[in-house]
Design a protein around this ligand. Structure first.
Ligand code: PHE
Length: 558
């Protein structure tokens, strides 16, 4: 299945290949690893919460609360807004004669033609798994944070995933036609707000915070992020990321300072190959327009790479320590390599890969922060680096968790296996039977719904998903079924069957020689992680999927 439509932007956070790799981790063991001691420093919630209030958050030109209020000034949505306000504490979507809207973490939003939220996604907003100390997501977060010590680094968690389009894309230099902006890839609350697709959405606020708190030189951010995507054992529409950044203030001896910071970095046991050291070509360039001192850029890149090698080493050590001693020696040193990458908000940029089960497994993305981003946050003439990682990818490797859906499980058989500060291998409690069902259909030849926002003026194409979480109801503005995009069937499946779908594969595709019409066949694997599904139940779900595909996308079932 084609996953990578948005290049490095998407790839850095993907958990692909991990399920296979995780299966290679040997038997469970119990360990108290050396990073546990740093827990006390980073665990305090009040500090983590301080960031949104303390920072002068100038990127929030459109404040969620203000937007909601502004929409009511038009008068059109006042009733709907009132209904949302009074609708109780849970996240929810409401449709009425005035239009549709959602309440997300207490704030009402009015939908427009860009909205494509679903109820199933909203039900996951606010779980804050990274704040449950005994959850593998939180344990992994703490392990990563322990590599970036306070007070040099400040550790933040960002609970509210609703950000502006400006914060998520514009401020970071994403081109207007970047595929990551597409409604088939991103969950839009409306045309000004979305569910963040990466932690980089908070870079501007975090750098602004650093500018106001110069005793800190860097930060990490932990948050849940959202992407419309295919369904398999290593992809879930919500996952967790961590972002880190470090800056150096202007100083006559800055190069020497950065160099000494590099030299103070502890040695690791990794075997590293660096294929990304040339910044003189267009492939991965210096930032000439800002007159970056080339010697400094090389040093910042070196510091960045050494810092992240620490993270990988610490994770590898923690994972090793969790294995029986006989299994440890067979591993040998961990091999890693740096390769060139592209992100709109860093240059030069890099990705780190590790050798895993005979393949190179991509672990993270990073680079030297675009000077314009630092300057806009008030960090004049500073220089610095930033990185972003997907937590699930690390956690699946560390704990040997084979299916990304497990992180969301509330089953005590899962949750009881983990304890803060400890890496323990997951013991599967049961494997319930899979149930495969095919759905085959002819699709319309109308333009694809994947067109990036702004790239199309059609108000009907792709609107079906804007019916929001309740896909049985199309958007009020919709006059004809939308064209089909692969992520749309994924969304329908999530809405109808939630985490009862293990994976979805395109098993057949052909174009009719005379009519030119295209036929697709998807194979859906329905399997619960927690119980055996009945035939009746699966048939019911599958029929509902077919019904919605027909109603929303005008497909002709075969
Ligand atoms: N935000 C990027 C992603 O989600 C990762 C990244 C963060 C890259 C910071 C560079 C710097 O893929």
């Amino acid at each position: 299945m084609q996953l990578v439509k948005t290049g490095a932007f998407v790839r850095a956070a993907r958990a692909a290949k991990v399920a296979v790799a995780a299966a290679r981790f040997p038997a469970p063991a119990f360990v108290q690893s050396r990073w546990q001691s740093s827990q006390a420093q980073t665990q305090d919630a009040p500090d983590e919460q301080a960031f949104p209030e303390q920072s002068v958050d100038v990127s929030r030109e459109v404040d969620p609360a203000k937007t909601a209020a502004a929409s009511s000034k038009h008068g059109r949505h006042s009733e709907l807004e009132k209904k949302l306000q009074e609708s109780g504490p849970e996240n929810k979507i409401i449709h009425d004669t005035e239009g549709s809207g959602a309440k997300i973490l207490g704030t009402p939003y009015i939908f427009d033609e860009t909205s494509n939220l679903s109820g199933s996604i909203l039900s996951l907003v606010g779980r804050n798994l990274y704040e449950h100390p005994d959850h593998p997501i939180s344990i992994t977060r703490k392990l990563i944070e322990s590599c970036f010590e306070e007070p040099t680094f400040k550790h933040f968690a960002m609970n509210n995933p609703v950000v502006t389009v400006t914060e998520n894309f514009d401020t970071l230099g994403f081109p207007k036609d970047h595929p990551g902006r597409s409604r088939t890839d991103t969950y839009y609350v409306n045309s000004t707000h979305l569910l963040r697709t990466h932690t980089s959405a908070h870079e501007h606020s975090a750098f602004t915070w650093l500018n106001n708190n110069p005793s800190s030189k860097g930060y990490t951010i932990c948050a849940d992020v959202y992407r419309r995507d295919s369904i398999d054992r290593s992809h879930f529409p919500v996952f967790h990321q961590m972002e880190g950044a470090r800056v150096w203030a202007p100083n006559a001896d800055r190069a020497a300072l950065i160099e000494s910071d590099c030299n103070n970095m502890p040695k690791t046991s990794l075997q590293v190959e660096d294929q990304a050291t040339d910044f003189s070509t267009d492939a991965n360039p210096f930032q000439p327009e800002h007159e970056h001192n080339h010697e400094e850029v090389h040093l910042v890149a070196r510091h960045l790479k050494l810092s992240l090698e620490q993270v990988i080493d610490r994770i590898f050590q923690a994972s090793q320590a969790s294995l029986p001693s006989a299994a440890r020696s067979s591993f040998g040193p961990m091999r890693a390599r740096w390769i060139e990458a592209y992100f709109p908000f860093t240059s030069p940029s890099f990705e780190l890969e590790v050798a895993w089960s005979g393949e190179w497994l991509e672990l993270l993305g990073c680079g030297v922060t675009q000077q314009a981003i630092l300057e806009r946050a008030g960090l004049k003439n500073h220089i610095g680096w930033a990185w972003g990682v997907g937590i699930e990818r690390f956690a699946m490797l560390l704990f040997g968790i084979p299916d990304i859906r497990l992180f969301w499980s509330t089953d005590p058989r899962f949750l009881k296996q983990f304890t803060r500060g400890k890496i323990t291998k997951f013991e599967p409690f049961s494997k319930y039977p899979a149930c495969y069902k095919d759905i085959a259909f002819w699709i319309n030849a109308t333009p694809s719904a994947s067109s990036p926002i702004g790239a199309t003026t059609s108000s009907t194409s792709g609107v079906a998903a804007a019916a929001g979480g309740d896909a049985t109801k199309a958007s009020l503005t919709e006059t004809q079924p939308a064209a089909f995009h692969e992520n749309d069937i994924m969304e329908v499946l999530r809405d109808v069957a939630g985490s009862l779908v293990e994976d979805v594969k395109l098993v057949d595709e052909f174009v009719h020689p005379t009519s030119g019409r295209k036929s697709l066949c998807y194979r859906i694997n329905y399997r619960s992680l927690e119980r055996t599904l009945t035939n009746e139940e699966v048939n019911g779900l599958h029929e509902e999927v077919a019904r919605r595909m027909k109603g929303l996308f005008g497909v002709e079932l075969r």
